[in-house]
Design a protein around this ligand. Sequence first.
Ligand code: NAD
Length: 269
Amino acid sequence: MDAMKIGVVGCAGRMGRMIARCVQETEGAELAGGTEAPGSPMLGRDLGELAGLGALDLAIGDDPVLLFAHSAAVIDFTAPAVSVAHAELAAQAQSVHVIGTTGLDPEQQEAVSRAARHTAVVLAPNMSLGVTLLTALVEQVARTLDADYDIEVVEMHHRRKVDAPSGTALALGLAAAAGRAVDLDDVARRVRDGHTGARPRGEIGFATLRGGDVVGDHTVVFAAEGERLELTHKASTREVFARGAVKAALWARGKPPGLYSMKDVLGLT
Ligand code: NAD
């Protein structure tokens, strides 16, 4: 089979550069090109040089229509509104769309689902293998332990992160809620401040820490009288997300249209 041509939108971003390098270093994958935001000072620069690969003769452009037309898959770690606009282009071009962008609101998620009727879309707030397994484990533990065990999701990220709680923390909360057969919206406590009163039984709490250069730490605590179970994942390099995204693109090749997750990619569904 020919190498899969993979484009990277937001290719000059922190994740974009890493993804571009990872695509080129992965057997069976080949960089198709990259885009940046209109007006970006990165436009016209060579994508290979930017990604530390040496010149590849791929100038960074600002026309995603062209990139989607030339790519079998496009990897997208940008911003919610941008990823939604790209999802429509992926549907038109019928290219695989791997979306790592976090912070999509329900309306934006719905727009991505609509686009996924026409092409294979992998949407995952965390593309790492470890977090995908953690999510599956959290659901299993929440199913096993009853509400005597208080569930708290604690996350820490670098100081530049703009959304909170992290998309991964919310996904872990959803997994815990699914295990308990409850709706997360009915039981979530995303912030605590001031005189909160005692913790209601069955609540799923979130705590957000921000600072330094932390790539991404997540812990789910199951705390009962007399014992506490903690499941933790720590990412020490963003490469794990880039590798997961490229794996997702290769996996989705030839798959029927639909909205897929990293659980699908790893065969956990
Ligand atoms: P970043 O700000 O460094 O990169 C985003 C890039 O997108 C920027 O270079 C920006 O110029 C570009 N961009 C904005 N509008 C654009 C447009 N219209 N067309 C093309 N490019 C455009 O941010 P980052 O740290 O790389 O993170 C990006 C997103 O990925 C965030 O939502 C973050 O939370 C998410 N993320 C997800 C995972 C995961 O595993 N799913 C891991 C890390 C980060």
